[in-house]
Design a protein around this ligand. Structure first.
Ligand SMILES: [Zn+2]
Length: 253
């Protein structure tokens, strides 16, 4: 007679606790109050509610382009001024639905979406991720960390590291000056505000680094990270975010 599979006592206990907690706090959709069968998913009715970004896009900053520009197509902004990072990619356009995902993570500390966010970001920045020696989150100043108790960029970076098997270093970058809030500032004001505020910790000679953040707004923070990592020897700096602002009217962080 074939022995039937029996999970270990510890596993059975975990399963029982998980079933119990599901009864008390059933998993909810990432986008609504709908109860779903497991944490970190979206109900089928809202699968089309997120705008995933992809080709055709600017080969540098990932801005969506109206028609296929070929391998070297770049947007007007990048043609006018080359960004400090090599490439930036984002999984989602920052609309009301992406905003809910970001705010639940950032202000609600909601973590159940992290594995799926990591898959989306990994797909958006597939080439950069394959080249990366190290994943690093954008830093938060310690005073802000003290009041918030977590850095959502570090959660995203850790999830991407777990999903891809790449190493990550939470302290690779540090904010040495507490900046004013970026909300309501123009691109050049944001670059000035964040300029010199970020430093690399450690040496990264010849390394390719993938920097992770929640939202690409003007790219000023990611450019400051790229400049700091290049000063510390990095050969390439790429960036990936969960979402990016595609139209200026979407900037309401
Ligand atoms: Zn561009």
């Amino acid at each position: 007679m074939r022995a039937s599979y029996r999970p270990s006592a510890a596993f059975r206990k975990r399963g029982a606790i998980s079933r119990l907690s599901d009864l008390i706090w059933p998993p909810r959709s990432l986008l609504s109050e709908q109860i779903v069968d497991r944490p970190g998913v979206i109900e089928p009715a809202l699968w089309g509610a997120l705008q995933f970004l992809g080709d055709p896009q600017c080969s540098r900053c990932g801005f969506p382009l109206p028609s296929d520009p070929g391998a070297f197509g770049i947007c007007g902004a990048c043609a006018g001024r080359k960004p400090a990072y090599d490439t930036a990619r984002a999984a989602l356009a920052y609309d009301d639905n992406a905003r809910k995902l970001v705010l639940d993570l950032k202000h609600g500390g909601r973590r159940d979406g992290l594995p799926v966010f990591a898959r989306w970001m990994g797909a958006a920045a597939r080439e950069a991720l394959a080249r990366a020696d190290l994943i690093a989150p954008t830093p938060m100043h310690w005073t802000r960390l003290a009041t918030r108790s977590f850095n959502q960029a570090a959660w995203l970076a850790q999830a991407l590291a777990q999903a891809s098997g790449k190493p990550w270093k939470p302290g690779a970058l540090a904010r040495v000056k507490r900046r004013k809030s970026q909300a309501g500032l123009s691109a050049s004001e944001r670059r000035r505000n964040v300029g010199g505020a970020i430093k690399a910790r450690g040496r990264y000679a010849g390394k390719t680094i993938l920097v992770v953040d929640d939202v690409f707004t003007t790219g000023a923070t990611l450019e400051a990270c790229a400049r700091a990592l290049r000063k510390a020897g990095a050969a390439e700096v790429h960036a990936v975010t969960l979402a990016r602002v595609v139209r200026p009217t979407d900037i309401t962080l």
